[in-house]
Design a protein around this ligand. Sequence first.
Ligand SMILES: Nc1ncnc2c1ncn2[C@@H]1O[C@H](COP(=O)(O)OP(=O)(O)OP(=O)(O)O)[C@@H](O)[C@H]1O
Length: 304
Amino acid sequence: MGPTGDAALDVDRIHMSYGDVKAVAGVSFSVRQGEFFGILGPNGAGKTTTLEIAEGLREPDAGSVRLLGESPWPRNVGLLPKIGVQLQASAFFEKLTAREQLETFGALYGVPEDRAMAMLDLVGLRDKAETRENQLSGGQRQRLSIACALVHDPDIVFLDEPTAGLDPQSRRNLWDVLREIKARGKTIVYTTHYLDEAEVLCDRVAIMDHGRVLALDTPAALVRDLDSATHVVLERDGFPAAEARALAGVDDVAEDETSLTIATRSPAPVLAALAERGALSGLQVRTATLEDVFLELTGREYRA
Ligand SMILES: Nc1ncnc2c1ncn2[C@@H]1O[C@H](COP(=O)(O)OP(=O)(O)OP(=O)(O)O)[C@@H](O)[C@H]1O
């Protein structure tokens, strides 16, 4: 599934070095309107540099960017009302409450004051409206920074690792916020080093390593193209291993103390055969993930 219609963002063969460090080495991708696009990769892959060039915060050494049909560099003031950039939490105004932060950012764009409460509702912070930002938790500050990026109702939002450093519950809460933003028709471009998260949230992802895009597609297509086995796990005593080996479509069978694991590239008939024999007790089905895709692409285990 590639971009269709007018692209919200077109990044064309960009390069960027910091001294001897080649941070971005010929990166190209397009993001279509309304798409949730993830830039993934381990630390130092070049995600932030790519995002900053796409937003118009940095000038690339080579290559070009079209953002909502325009060049974001040199600083394109006409684009600013249409793009939202998540601020680092340190960019909040000191001593203001969550509501006042939003009203202040909103005032810069001339939006009505009641937008602040609407944004607090969107990110689930209404009950923290009168709390000063330095008294918010890490997850609440992240949500406030996303609300600030959205206060002027931009068409496209850029988020740099919005879920980094959050506990699992806060991460999940933020996923709901991101899904709600997408449901409102916004284009989202975000970076993360959590591959599992991107698999759940993103329409398409670019997997980066050492300044290059190694693969770009929907998470489902990337995993499917691996052609790796699905693992069907059953309770060990639920079904004899020898019978499992004899089923059509089974590639391999392994046993440990508690479970029987069947590897297959045709899970549907194998599951149907197990169901016919009433052997689905304790069933778990494990398919490949984006981490397996990364391993296949780079030959090394993924380490965020
Ligand atoms: N301002 C800078 N000066 C010098 N080197 C930099 C600078 N910013 C980034 N780099 C280097 O460029 C490379 C890419 O960095 P970048 O921040 O774009 O990667 P990243 O994928 O966002 O990593 P992370 O997940 O750690 O933020 C890294 O090797 C980094 O050390």
